[in-house]
Design a protein around this ligand. Structure first.
Ligand code: ATP
Ligand code: MG
Length: 445
């Protein structure tokens, strides 16, 4: 049974010959070319497909090269020694060359005569292994720009859904009836926003319009898939554009419900400014090929939620340290229900938050303990970021910037001198903390 026979358009082939497009074999990974040629020698159709063709047409460097073929996974395996079959929802062949993996997928159909291996639950695909023709394969893809095929037999680009024109016009357009396609797989809404942000494409109105209305469907998507999408949205160098896209299309609340609520209630807009500044830094780091950490990213994205929760608990009279721990746990617990945030990221994320209150201490022992904390650097970078939202951290930032750069003896001597000058060891720290507690949580930012 077809999912919805009217959802998909009739494919009409347009061939763009080699001399009319810009894709050159020089820009294709040699391993992908190897796979394409071998499939062809084996008598099969062999095409580069999806994001790689799109990116090459745009003059970008694809990060991976996917291949589509009419060979079955078993036939692909028989051709390559370095091949393994993976996947349940999508059965695929991986041809492995050291660290590079070329994914080879057999053409799939979106309609089913009952002979294939397909499972639909509540309108959503849970298993999709019905093989078909290249035309079937084209129309079951998500966006027209993702449904282009580069044929190794004549180096032409094959377009069945108008994707070539949409790439030239820089437009994201869903193939078929948008609402049906979003209901089939709600993650496509995130992909629309993410790819538009990454490529600088506009989302065509028919494709954009249903998104706010259907945003809540994301609540039913697999949390692990949403986590993967989050990393792609925010750690691929276009985090600011992604964030603004999610806001514009009403998707932020579906991914980060408590942060969305906290940002709405933060009238000054300070928390939003801080989030955007942090995302700008992330983008700059990616552009400079510097490492970016998911823990820091989530510390940033969930900080508004944490601040709001903390303010609430403190308003109930809870002691600061207890409130901080509870707020951190609460936000993490709630967030995990939408996005499967793994512990290896949520624990360091919480540490980044909880260390924030320790930057006000000048007590010698505490200063040294904090400096040698494994999460010190991330927590300090986070403190620097908080200055975007509030100017009350300037003195702490200055102190800890110097503290990191000073030799131990010098720092130790200056802290002893400070306490000899009347600020006896523990007192300044306590005074500061008390003041901060009354001034209420960082939510005041
Ligand atoms: P990226 O640049 O992020 O890799 P991509 O378009 O290559 O973008 P992939 O997740 O690598 O994205 O998917 C490869 C191809 O598989 C897509 O270009 C598209 O044709 C198809 N595809 C991926 N996800 C879906 C989906 N949810 N529904 C339909 N087709 C999809
Ligand atoms: Mg890809």
């Amino acid at each position: 049974m077809p999912i919805n026979p009217h959802a998909l358009p009739q494919p009409v082939l347009r061939t763009i010959p080699r001399e009319q497009h810009v894709i050159s074999r020089r820009d294709i990974s040699p391993n992908a070319l190897r796979v394409l040629y071998r499939l062809r020698e084996g008598g099969f159709g062999a095409y580069l497909v999806g994001g790689a063709v799109r990116d090459l047409l745009l003059g970008l460097h694809p990060k991976d090269f996917d291949v589509a073929t009419d060979a079955t996974p078993e036939q692909v395996r028989a051709l390559f020694r370095n091949c393994r079959l993976i996947g349940r929802r999508f059965r695929l062949a991986h041809v492995v060359y050291g660290r590079e993996i070329i994914e080879v997928a057999t053409f799939r159909a979106n309609s089913d005569d009952g002979s294939g291996d397909r499972e639909v639950e509540d309108g959503r695909l849970v298993r999709d292994n019905v093989y078909g023709t290249i035309e079937d394969d084209a129309v079951r893809r998500d966006f027209t720009c993702n449904a282009l095929y580069y044929a190794i037999e004549d180096f032409s680009v094959r377009d069945y859904v108008g994707g070539y024109e949409d790439v030239q016009a820089r437009v994201m357009r869903l193939i078929g009836d948008p609402e049906t396609r979003y209901r089939e797989d709600p993650v496509r809404m995130l992909r629309a926003v993410r790819l538009a942000a990454k490529l600088g494409f506009a989302i065509e109105p028919g494709t954009a319009d249903p998104i706010p209305r259907l945003a809540s469907l994301l609540g039913e998507a697999a949390p692990a898939r949403l986590f993967e999408e989050m990393l792609k949205l925010f750690l691929s160098g276009h985090a600011v554009a992604s964030f603004e896209g999610l806001e514009r299309h009403g998707l932020l609340g579906a991914l980060l419900p408590e942060t969305a609520a906290a940002l709405r209630s933060n009238r000054s807009g300070a928390l939003r400014r801080m989030v955007l500044e942090g995302l700008r830094n992330t983008d700059a780091r990616v552009a400079a090929d510097e490492p970016v950490s998911p823990a820091f990213l989530f510390a940033l994205l969930l900080w508004p939620a944490y601040c709001r929760s903390l303010a609430g608990l403190q308003a109930q009279g809870m002691h600061a340290e207890e409130a901080q721990r509870r707020a951190a746990d609460r936000v993490t617990l709630h967030q995990v229900q939408t996005i499967a945030l793994p512990k290896r990221f949520s624990l360091p994320m919480q540490e980044i938050w909880l260390l924030q209150s320790r930057f006000s201490s000048r007590q010698r022992k505490r200063v040294f303990r904090l400096l040698s904390h494994p999460r010190f650097r991330a927590a300090f970078d986070f403190l620097v970021l908080r200055q975007t939202a509030s100017d009350s951290h300037a003195a702490d930032v200055e102190f800890w910037r110097q503290a990191q750069d000073s030799p131990d003896e010098e720092l130790s001597a200056s802290l002893v001198a400070a306490s000899a000058a009347g600020e006896d060891d523990d007192a300044p720290a306590r005074r500061r903390r008390r003041r901060r507690r009354r001034g209420a949580a960082p939510a005041g930012e």
